[in-house]
Design a protein around this ligand. Structure first.
Ligand SMILES: C[S@@+](CC[C@H](N)C(=O)[O-])C[C@H]1O[C@@H](n2cnc3c(N)ncnc32)[C@H](O)[C@@H]1O
Length: 256
């Protein structure tokens, strides 16, 4: 699978199939931010105001990689940024257009893969995603693309499932157990039970890839839910897991 774009074609088909359900059941957790501008990260909904990952965005050119229904980009437009929403799936972009009609906030929407984006070098101040394209694209293609289109000093920030969580999911299960069961050093493109191909790397490989692509690592945020966190479709066992171990991580790396 690695070295061709089978995973990209697979994921485009699959996201088109599951997009309506995703927007119905998962996206409501972040829908509010499109109307208030109050952004929250990850499945545990930790506020940007606490994590300070993106920081000041007024007047900045911001690309959301894997924007889905564009709830994030809409919130950033509300906060004074100039967002562009990019996604692989035409059905997800259909939901983005629907939200634009609802809010009256318009910005460019582009259909492409994060592995090959149709923008000139140095087009953006921030490239970011929250469980977006960097969770599904081959990191060895997507990270150098992000570096290419960022201006010097630009920020790449993205949240995704942690490598530890990734290797704790037993075969056929949908959530992590309390044992390491997967092959840590084999992480790259992973066939999931829901038919998607997701992406991840060992921590050291992420850091080497960032450095080789021209980034310096500023932070690796490991969001930890409060007890009783309000997260869609997450039960008490998953919350308990995420209070013991890092279920997600947010990379914050800067273009040299
Ligand atoms: C889990 S959804 C998250 C969307 C949005 N960030 C949210 O929180 O609702 C992941 C998105 O990434 C998109 N995606 C997957 N692979 C991609 C790729 N190679 N390039 C661009 N987008 C991709 C999917 O179509 C989907 O809309």
């Amino acid at each position: 699978m690695i070295g061709d774009d089978t995973h990209v074609r697979n994921n485009r088909t699959r996201w088109n199939e599951i997009s309506d359900d995703y927007q119905r059941f998962n996206a409501p957790q972040i829908r509010g931010q499109a109307f208030t501008g109050d952004i929250t990260w990850g499945v545990w909904g930790i506020p940007e105001s606490r994590l300070n990952v993106l920081g000041h965005v007024v007047g900045l050119d911001v690309l959301e990689m894997g924007c889905g229904g564009s709830q994030w980009s809409t919130a950033l437009a509300r906060r004074g940024a100039h967002p562009v929403g990019l996604d692989l799936s035409e059905r997800q972009l259909h939901h983005s257009r629907r939200l634009q009609r609802e809010t009256g906030l318009e910005f460019p929407l582009v259909q492409a893969s994060a592995e090959e984006v149709p923008f000139a070098a140095g087009s953006f101040d921030i490239v970011f995603a929250d469980h977006g394209a960097f969770s599904f694209a081959d990191p060895y293609r997507a990270i150098p693309e992000a570096a290419r289109i960022l201006r010097p000093g630009g920020l790449l920030a993205f949240g995704h499932v942690s490598p530890i969580y990734e290797i704790s999911i037993p075969d056929g299960a949908e959530a992590a157990g309390d044992r390491l069961v997967g092959d840590y050093f084999g992480l790259r493109l992973i066939s999931d039970t829901d038919g998607l191909v997701s992406a991840n790397l060992p921590y050291g490989a992420w850091i080497r890839l960032f450095r080789e692509s021209g980034f310096v690592v500023e932070d690796l945020v490991e969001p930890r839910p409060e007890t009783g966190a309000d997260a869609t479709h997450r039960d008490n066992a998953e919350e308990a897991w995420a209070r013991r171990w890092p279920s997600e991580c947010i990379w914050k790396v800067r273009r040299v």
